[in-house]
Design a protein around this ligand. Structure first.
Ligand code: NI
Length: 260
């Protein structure tokens, strides 16, 4: 059985001590493809570097809503920089622009700047003919609004999707994929379970978002890509199919949306 972890952060400093070892163990344990997601300039550069060094790692680059600079001027500087980086490094292993989007849970004060950064990076994805990976937290209405008004040619993925049925319904209608992470395994995950049930398996991706959000039974510990199996198992239980099928179908879905 092989798994594709569609979203992780081996570029995070929490892996500075043992990154190479964890990467090796990840592959050995059957996680034979992973995406390493950037969220600002530095982490995007590192995700590119990891994808160049490791055959099975793919990269995505972008400025996340939680990494928006203070001023508009600084934001344009960062956007120009990320544009330069992805244009210069455009290769088969750079598979999307992300993670990008809106986060009104952590940042309520700069909604306008978040929206501008999101829209600008959608333009970048379209220019490079890439899909996007969306981070949306407590911002479902504005997120849907933006992807409706600024159409992404290759669509994309709602990563670590929040259990918001209306948002998911609209995302599916717009042709997006839904990626589930550790929280669907938590004991209080009633809403998430309803959302997993409403998404057809052909539209589901699995991820860890490591080093955060470890699934049960490893909740609270540092997360790594090997734990994606627990997310797959939960989906198998909810969909009443085998984990082998979940592994296979989500693998194919991920290859398809990222054009691998
Ligand atoms: Ni992430």
């Amino acid at each position: 059985m092989e798994f594709f972890d569609s979203h992780s952060h081996y570029n995070d400093e929490k892996f500075d001590e043992d990154r190479d070892k964890i990467i090796e163990e990840t592959y050995k344990s059957g996680i034979t493809k992973i995406v390493c997601a950037g969220y600002n300039i530095k982490s995007s550069l590192m995700s590119l570097e990891l994808s160049k060094k490791n055959e099975f790692i793919y990269s995505i680059c972008g400025i996340s809503p939680n990494d928006i600079p203070q001023s508009e001027q600084e934001l344009w500087k960062d956007i120009a920089e990320i544009t330069k980086i992805v244009t210069q490094n455009k290769n088969k292993k750079l598979v999307a622009i992300g993670e990008i989007g809106l986060d009104y849970y952590w940042n309520k004060e700069n909604k306008e700047l978040q929206k501008q950064a999101f829209i600008k990076q959608i333009g970048l994805a379209n220019k490079l003919n890439l899909p996007i990976v969306i981070h949306s937290r407590d911002a479902s209405i504005d997120t849907i609004d933006i992807i409706k008004n600024y159409k992404v040619n290759k669509t994309g993925i709602f990563h670590c999707c929040q259990p918001n049925q209306e948002m998911v319904r609209q995302a599916l209608e717009l042709g997006y994929y839904i990626s589930f992470a550790g929280p669907i395994t938590f004991k209080n995950a009633k809403n998430s379970i309803d959302v997993v049930k409403m998404v057809p398996i052909e539209k589901i991706l699995i991820e860890t978002d490591s080093p955060y959000l470890s699934p049960e039974p490893n909740r609270g510990k540092r997360n790594d890509c090997r734990n994606v199996k627990f997310v797959a198992q939960k989906i198998a239980d909810l969909k009443e199919i085998s984990i082998e099928e979940v592994a296979k179908i989500t693998y194919e879905n991920t290859m398809k949306i990222f054009g691998i």
